[in-house]
Design a protein around this ligand. Structure first.
Ligand SMILES: [Fe+2]
Ligand SMILES: [Fe+2]
Length: 215
């Protein structure tokens, strides 16, 4: 099986889990659909970072596509979801032909993508660093900002601007505190945050000039 076929199998595996979770809990449908779209973007970012950093692209792509499997199947949404996800996919990875070594490498990246911690022994790989970085880049996407602010679209202007100010603080904190582990991941993450910061600052500035000009 080539990589394209493996990716298709992995996508099918993930989407079946998602669809079962949606049937069980239709109220979570939007959240679970978002989770798969996020997963696809993480794979896109992961591919670019793997190429730039000289990592094993196949390991990164498969780990990216499975990194949130525990969330996607509504098994876990907390800090443990990486480690739970790694346990969920190990037998499946063997089934589609991965060696023990490759399966462990993929599982390690999934297990550690949230907080860098694993519940099994494994060297801290470049591939794991990239999966974690790719995930963090998409946490601060335009989409997330739009959805977060969209909740205030029908409220008064002040509520929207208050939300924008809070989000601006959050972006600045993320830039300082979120652990990014590769050089190219850092560049892409900073660029992502900078775009959001400029957008928030402009949104707030528009509010502040919604007054008569000073003479
Ligand atoms: Fe995650
Ligand atoms: Fe994620």
């Amino acid at each position: 099986m080539n990589l394209k076929e493996k990716m298709e199998k992995v996508a099918l595996f993930a989407k079946e889990k998602r669809d079962r979770a949606i049937i069980k809990n239709p109220d979570y449908s939007a959240r679970l659909i978002y989770r798969w779209q996020h997963t696809l973007r993480v794979a896109q970012y992961g591919k670019i970072l793997a190429e730039k950093e000289g990592a094993e692209i196949e390991i990164v792509l498969i780990a990216c596509l499975l990194h949130d499997i525990a969330k996607l199947s509504d098994r876990s949404r907390d800090v443990e979801h990486g480690r739970i996800g790694a346990k969920m996919v190990r037998p499946f990875l063997k089934e589609i032909g991965y060696s023990d070594e490759d399966a462990e490498n993929i599982c390690y990246a999934i297990a550690t993508h949230v907080d860098g911690k694993s519940d099994f022994e494994h060297p801290h790989t470049l591939e794991a660093k990239i999966v974690s970085d790719a995930d963090k880049i998409d946490r601060f996407s335009n989409y997330r900002t739009t959805v977060a602010l969209g909740k205030f679209a029908n409220d008064d202007y002040e509520s929207l601007i208050l939300a924008a100010r809070k989000r601006l603080v959050r972006f600045q904190k993320a830039r300082r505190e979120i652990r990014i582990q590769t050089e190219n991941g850092r560049k892409a993450f900073d660029e992502q945050i900078s775009l959001q910061v400029v957008y928030m600052e402009r949104l707030i500035a528009d509010y502040e000039i919604s007054v008569l000009p000073k003479i």
